[in-house]
Design a protein around this ligand. Structure first.
Ligand code: MSP
Length: 525
């Protein structure tokens, strides 16, 4: 295809996870949310490119490797496998996985550093300042909360060092102006507040090097072999190195349409450093930062190994299936806000929405088509008020779900689908095909209609559930003998299931017991 004909990809990136631990709920959620966004955009007919990856450099990775007496690269290889396996288990269907130790990345970082250095955007200076060991950066008194250093900073020590600095001071005015004029840049918009607060204080230049005496596991500065690059400067560039910055194809992707991140890394990293870095190298800003909140343990506590309240997403997906896990996190969290994860909440949503509503509608419909119609879905024969109402609701649900997905409201979209499923279940109760099956001609026509209508509702629900629970949606189509829907723009109420043969399969969401002990505990391991 000639370049001029290339469609711009819907390009979505996620935060790249630190390689100093195993994947946890926060990592899994962010990737599932991103996957659901991409799947919903594909259903709208967009060509998508979905990037995620691993942030491998930095002090913590170096220290963990030292503790384990292995090379940092070996540690990262192992961790990358673990994260990729987690994505596979969770059906996170990324197009590309970038690792910051890959030459395709390191060469771009070095190229950008050289360019900025030659342009005079980077300079060397001696700096005495307060340094957070845990956050691996110089900090300022304005970072204190109520006169104390935030816990995330760990020990804060005074440090004097010769280092390289990236000029940020001159960028404050345009960035503030940009944020004020583009209130869609940060989603949800209320998250912009913390960025504006940060920018209300004078901007300091950013220290972008670490002396090798302190840190060796990083990308060496191209203009000074005694230093490596500060981890954030290195990591942010993944969004452009992965798509071939400096090559022709880069422009098929950039600017990114959506960068999905957690609220802790919005400011200053993604809303201040990153826009300024892009501006300095003459690139457009990403179109939108989608900022999700934090998963907290039951009762709003922060999850931590020492508190023993860490949720292991892999256990959940292994026991209940990744769709059940995806469904829970997408329906429970409203993007932007924090949510609690507790087993009780998981089990209650599983029972209510998945087993009792969706699973039940599918199994009873398929069973009745087998029992009363010889396994073939009949055409609709009558259309009365009850049918018209359900059809109207189904059509409305299609529009509603599409709109909500466009605005990252997966929780609302799933609620909308469940409302349709509940209406279809009520409709079956009303029509009672099991009674009509014993009747005469008119009754039989109504019985057939009711099953056809329930099946069509299920087909529409399956199509709308694809972004959240792709495997189960596929199973729903298969049991209905329906063709997979892969385009929402053409989705409408129809008669496409008439004369299709149902194909009964295993129960979609098997019932889970009331006995909480039988569940994989929210455990510390
Ligand atoms: N490596 C950096 C990101 C660099 S992006 C250029 C980083 N890594 S992380 O492993 O600490 O976090 C990865 C993502 O997971 C971040 O977006 C972070 O907000 C998210 N989460 C980590 N813990 C979380 C929860 N408890 N809940 C939800 N998401 C959270 O930051």
């Amino acid at each position: 295809m000639a370049r001029s004909q290339v469609v711009k990809f819907f390009y979505l990136t996620t935060a790249i996870d630190y390689a100093n631990g195993s994947p946890h709920l926060g990592h899994a959620y962010e990737k599932i949310l991103s996957d659901a966004i991409v799947r919903s955009r594909r259903m709208e007919g967009l060509q998508c490119h979905f990037l995620t990856g691993l942030d491998e450099h930095g002090q913590k990775v170096q220290e963990t490797a030292e503790r384990l007496s292995i090379e940092p690269q070996k540690l990262c290889d192992k961790v990358a496998e673990e994260f990729q396996a987690m994505c596979q288990l969770m059906q996170v269907d990324y197009d590309d996985y970038i690792r910051t130790s890959q030459p395709r990345h390191t060469s771009v970082v070095r190229g950008i550093l050289s360019k900025l250095y030659e342009n005079g955007d980077i300079y060397k200076s001696s700096y005495v300042g307060l340094y957070s060991v845990r956050a691996e950066r110089f900090v300022h008194e304005k970072d204190m909360v109520d006169g104390k250093w935030p816990e995330d900073f760990g020990d804060v020590i005074e440090l004097q060092e010769e280092n390289y600095f990236f000029k940020m001071k001159g960028h404050q005015a345009w960035l503030l102006d940009y944020l004020k004029k583009n209130d869609e840049f940060i989603f949800p918009a209320y998250r912009q507040k913390q960025v504006l607060e940060f920018l209300a204080e004078p901007l300091n230049d950013l220290c972008i090097s670490r002396p090798k005496s302190r840190l060796t596991w990083g990308i060496e500065l191209p203009f000074d072999g005694d230093y490596v690059t500060y981890v954030w400067f290195d990591a942010l560039i993944n969004y452009i190195s992965a798509i071939g910055y400096g090559t022709e194809r880069f422009h098929d992707f950039w600017p990114a349409d959506v960068e999905v991140i957690g609220k802790d890394i919005l400011s200053p990293a993604h809303a201040v450093y990153w826009p300024i870095m892009l501006r300095a190298i003459g690139l457009e800003l990403p179109r939108q930062l989608v900022v999700h909140g934090w998963w907290l343990a039951k009762g709003g506590e922060k999850m931590s190994k020492s508190l023993g309240n860490v949720v292991r997403p892999i256990d959940y997906a292994t026991v209940y299936g990744s769709d059940a896990f995806r469904y829970f996190v997408l329906s429970e969290m409203s993007v932007g806000q924090d949510s609690d994860f507790s087993h009780e909440l998981f089990a209650s949503r599983y029972r209510a929405d998945l087993s009792n509503d969706i699973g039940n509608l599918l199994s009873r419909t398929v069973n009745m088509v087998e029992r009363y119609c010889g396994g073939t879905i009949p055409p609709v024969e009558v259309e009365e008020e009850l049918e018209r109402e359900l059809k109207f609701l189904a059509k409305k649900t299609i529009g509603d779900v599409r709109e909500r997905c466009r605005h990252y409201d997966f929780s609302g979209a799933l609620e909308s689908v469940c409302a349709l499923v509940r209406s279809a279940n009520r409709y079956l109760e009303c029509r009672s095909p099991w009674k009509l099956a014993k009747g005469k001609e008119k009754d039989l026509a109504e019985m057939k209609t009711s099953l056809a209508v329930a099946a069509e509702c299920l087909r529409i629900c399956a199509a709308l559930l694809i972004p959240a629970i792709p495997q189960s949606a596929e199973k729903m189509f298969a049991q209905l003998g329906a063709q997979t829907v892969n385009d929402w723009t053409a989705l409408d109420w129809g008669n496409s299931l008439a004369w299709k043969r149902v194909c009964k399969g295993p129960v979609l969401f098997p019932r889970i017991g009331e006995d909480d002990d039988a569940m994989p505990a929210v455990s510390a391991r």
